[in-house]
Design a protein around this ligand. Sequence first.
Ligand code: MG
Length: 394
Amino acid sequence: MAAVIVAAGRGSRMAEARDDRAPKQYREIGGRPVLWHTVQAFSRREAISEVRVVIHGDDAHLYETCIGSGVAKVGPAVTGGATRQISVRNGLEALGASPPDVVLIHDAARPFVTSTDITKLIEAVARHGAAIAATPVADTLKRGGSVGGGDGAAITDTVDRTGLWRALTPQAFAYVDIRAAHAAAADRDDLTDDAAVAEAAGLDVRLVATDPDNFKITTPDDLARAEARLSQSSPPDIRVGSGFDVHKFGPGDHVWLCGLKVPHDAALVGHSDADVGLHALTDAILGAIADGDIGAHFPPSDPQWKGAASDQFLAHAVQRVAARGGRLLNVDVTLVCEAPKVGPHRDAMRARIAEIIDLDIGRVAVKATTSEGLGFPGRREGIAAMATATVMLG
Ligand code: MG
């Protein structure tokens, strides 16, 4: 089975909009040319063994940049003709050296053809020999007078839409039949799609109800709509970062933990206020955006951070996220110590962190555990903290 993708159009409606850049099929949506998306839809189908793209004679360089050579299943570009009909005929002839059983003919400017639609067409052509993607007409149809087709054209008739369909692509045919039909129709210029060519040859062509969102990119507005659709469907950029920190005990009567001053029979020793919980959390947030670590942003060698309150480190990390267009989704801190007891302060710690990072308290967790008397936390030599932060960018 083969696919012929018709990309030879010049996009006159784009040009009318005084947009003189590349033809629409080479314009980018979602960071890739429209044609690239369209080719992918077919080339990744196992049942399709060959894809040929029919291009305009002036577009060889654009095509080379877009698809190049060496893309699996995509044969050399075929040069199109003055009309779509001639272009399709050239594409069909190019397959003649090793003719496929079935060919799907598709407009390059319809990148949103779904895998499901292609499957439906493949099944329908196997049963009926010719089938096209289509959607029933849902709008009421009016025939208007000829006042330029614009404002004020008089309605002359309301057209009965019963049984009316919009013809889309892909259109699928037995190869020998559609090739013969195109050869027979070579002297006609009134056939606007391949189904019409097949009908003219007396073939039985079936309508297959497919996704109505398989729209054709024709105008600059269509391009914007396509871009919006791709950005909606691409997965969100979710990042998770982790942080870890340890500070040892020294003489004192309180510790700073998760932004709270907690009475204790020792203090935590450090260059800043030694808030081990906020340090781990700051690193988690910086980690989520791959933006260094707390030591890189606030070097211990810099005297201005001596005794500094650690909430400013945390607030800085949140600003770095915001500067990337991101936002925090949740944070989670675990403190490892025998004492002080964290439980009585847990909710106040959560509230303080929520305040510093401007996040709902329901998205801020503080947990605590001992180390069962083992290791430095068990020997009450210091406190360890671990944290994770989830960030959504874009
Ligand atoms: Mg630290």
